[in-house]
Design a protein around this ligand. Structure first.
Ligand SMILES: [Zn+2]
Length: 216
């Protein structure tokens, strides 16, 4: 597979959701028995958003520069983005568990999306970093909200699913013709599940008492 990936000191995060809104939710997920949050701060958010296609390279560069000048605004935007992501993740968890596919987002999530969509401009292209205002720092948040809004409002190809590997929590759009995609990726979660099953099988065979020797 040749998916776009965000690299940080926490490891590699591939864009496997099939939609930027789902990749946004997947910035926090389980790996090797612990939950990893790839959004570690405003710079990580900007870097991830560029890979996810929510910011252009130019916007990313300007926002990274502007963060040095407006660290407090950046920190506020970052916490609001994490709150939005976490609320969105809860909704996706409920939506993938619900038998009712029209599971509606909560009022709180709707409000967060609407609020985040309100910076003065939805693009800072062409502006040098020193010309950015505090409100422009919210661009990554606004773009993430835009992706969520679009995901909720527009029809999309494929079925929303949650990875069956436990624990993972990754979400993706199953666009396979057979509609049988079960994992984020076969070469990660799929293999992990198979190895786990194999180990359990070996263990079950190992604890089975040898025949004729089970009376004490
Ligand atoms: Zn997975």
């Amino acid at each position: 597979m040749d998916d776009a990936a965000y690299y940080s000191e926490l490891g590699r995060l591939r864009m496997l959701g099939g939609d930027a809104a789902l990749d946004f939710a997947n910035t926090r997920h389980w790996r090797d028995g612990r939950e990893i949050d790839f959004l570690t701060g405003y710079p990580a958010l900007v870097d991830w958003a560029v890979v996810a296609g929510l910011l252009s390279e130019g916007e990313g560069a300007r926002l990274r520069e502007a963060e040095g000048v407006m660290p407090l605004q950046a920190a506020d935007v970052f916490s609001a983005t994490v709150r939005l992501r976490d609320s969105w993740k809860i909704h996706l968890g409920e939506a993938t568990r619900a038998l009712n596919p029209t599971h509606q987002p909560s009022e709180a999530l709707r409000r967060m999306v609407t609020t985040a969509l309100g910076p003065p401009d939805l693009a800072v292209s062409g502006l040098p970093a020193e010309a950015l205002a505090g409100a422009d720092m919210a661009l990554p948040l606004a773009r993430a909200a835009l992706a969520i809004g679009a995901f909720l409002a527009l029809p999309h190809a494929g079925t929303l699913r949650m990875c069956e590997a436990d624990p993972c929590g990754g979400v993706f759009l199953d666009t396979s013709r057979s509609q049988k995609r079960r994992w984020c990726a076969m070469d990660s979660c799929g293999n992990r599940v198979k190895a786990q099953r194999h180990r359990l099988r070996m263990k079950a065979e190992a604890v089975e008492p040898p025949k004729g020797n089970n009376q004490g």
